[in-house]
Design a protein around this ligand. Structure first.
Ligand SMILES: Cc1cc2nc3c(=O)[nH]c(=O)nc-3n(C[C@H](O)[C@H](O)[C@H](O)COP(=O)(O)OP(=O)(O)OC[C@H]3O[C@@H](n4cnc5c(N)ncnc54)[C@H](O)[C@@H]3O)c2cc1C
Length: 391
């Protein structure tokens, strides 16, 4: 059983950043990063959109080969198809995640971590000396590692947290089913992302068009199955794409789940930290989780390294990770979650009316803040929620 200091399970954004930061914080530690897929970053189960500021904390996007498109506008589409353009500068980027995730993993390796692809953690138990014995199977057969700290960065279907006894259950109403095509040969503004709401389009979620280039985009939607009319996400997507882009070539298809809940109650145990989707650290309002995963990975890697150096990897010590995450974004997610709940009470007529009101504002003055203000005037029941959000 080879000994390692930090074993990171999952080489998505959370795991790759965790491994890099653990190694940078304490270069003398052995850090191993496991990825069950045969290639980091593939298959892509993501619309690949990220905000500019969050991304820049981890990588420089200008001219980077892992960027597909720069985005400078957001276009909201009401259920009745009326569009509201919101002009912002430097809104964000559409990544090429196959390359981006590989880039992050390469940074971890450059920092000195060992990366093993095609290698899956299949279970773990506490060893008598207070470490974790982690069983792995992969290209080299079955083996196991003994680790001082295991970082579970194993995504939406995470097991590490459960193996460590953490409660990672998700209520069905907070689980979105997503389906997405890559669609080519279609006409849209390639500098904008489009978001459409509506019960007939994506009940409990929204549909998106995220440009990867001129005439080519990730076109998908996420919905809450409990709210659907019996159709699954792909059936809703087929109807939407067929209506909006009947001539488009569907050249790629993916499905996936997004947890639109709040951070798990406890993200740590003796010798264990969980980060990213594995800890439900997705923004529950937008469903975005890439930058959050990287921020959590950074915290997890640094916390693990400091704990090992201090010779104390107990839950008590590792709890600092949870507190730091909650202060950084976890508390905000609680507020976004309340807004999400409040939005569940509004109907398609509300969004249609809101689009008409907002379109009466000159485009250059149409900020997200003003749109939200108009939403509040139309729907005063959102005010207590908003107050909590802005305070
Ligand atoms: C359809 C869809 C669209 C999305 N669009 C966006 C978007 O536009 N913007 C955004 O910010 N977020 C988006 N998300 C969410 C985003 O993809 C995730 O929040 C993000 O990938 C989380 O990163 P992570 O590192 O926590 O997990 P992941 O990226 O899921 O990485 C986890 C890794 O762990 C590996 N793994 C799992 N189990 C094991 C194991 N036992 N052993 C070894 N390896 C294991 C997996 O193979 C995977 O590579 C979308 C999600 C979906 C499903």
């Amino acid at each position: 059983m080879p000994d390692v200091d930090v074993l990171v399970v999952g080489a998505g954004p959370a795991g790759a950043v965790a491994a890099a930061h653990a190694k940078r914080a304490a270069p003398e530690l052995d850090v191993v990063l496991l990825e069950r897929d045969r290639a980091v970053g593939a298959p892509v189960r993501c619309a690949e959109g990220v905000g500019d500021a969050g991304l820049r904390e981890f990588a420089e996007p200008d001219g980077a080969p892992w960027v597909a498109r720069k985005i400078s506008r957001v276009i909201f589409v009401a259920p009745d198809d009326s569009e509201v353009k919101v002009a912002e500068r430097d809104v964000g980027w559409i990544l090429d995640r196959t390359r981006f995730d590989a880039h992050l993993a390469a940074l971890a390796v450059a920092a000195g971590a060992e990366l093993l692809v095609g290698t899956e953690a299949s279970g773990m138990t506490r060893t008598p000396d207070g470490r974790w014995g982690v069983a792995v199977r992969g290209l080299r057969g079955e083996s196991s590692y003994r680790a001082k700290v295991v970082i579970g960065a194993d995504g939406v279907e995470a097991m590490v947290g459960r193996w460590a006894g953490l409660d990672t259950r998700v209520p069905a109403r907070d689980m979105e089913s997503c389906a997405q095509y890559v669609v080519q040969g279609i006409d849209f503004d390639p500098d904008a992302i489009y978001l459409q709401f509506g019960d007939a389009v994506a009940p409990g979620g929204y549909a998106w068009v995220f440009p990867k280039g001129v005439g080519i985009a990730n076109v998908g939607l996420g919905l809450v199955a409990l709210k659907s009319d019996g159709r699954n996400a792909r059936q809703y997507l087929d109807a939407w794409v067929g209506r909006r882009y009947p001539g488009g070539a569907r050249t790629g298809y993916t499905v996936g789940g997004v947890i639109v809940h709040t951070t798990v109650q406890q993200t740590y145990a003796d010798g264990v930290l969980v980060a990213g989707d594995a800890a439900h650290m997705i923004n529950p309002l937008s469903g975005g989780g890439i930058v959050n995963a990287m921020k959590a990975g950074r915290l997890a890697g640094c916390t693990a390294a400091a704990a090992i150096r201090a010779g104390d990897t107990t839950a008590r010590r590792l709890a600092t990770y949870h507190h730091a995450w909650m202060a950084l974004l976890g508390q905000d997610h609680l507020k976004y979650y309340r807004i999400k709940q409040a939005l569940e009470t509004v109907d398609d007529a509300f969004f249609n009316a809101l689009a008409r009101t907002v379109n009466a504002i000159p485009q250059e003055r149409r900020t997200l803040g003003r749109i939200f203000t108009h939403a509040l005037v139309k729907h005063p029941q959102l005010i207590p929620v908003a107050a909590r959000f802005f305070i």
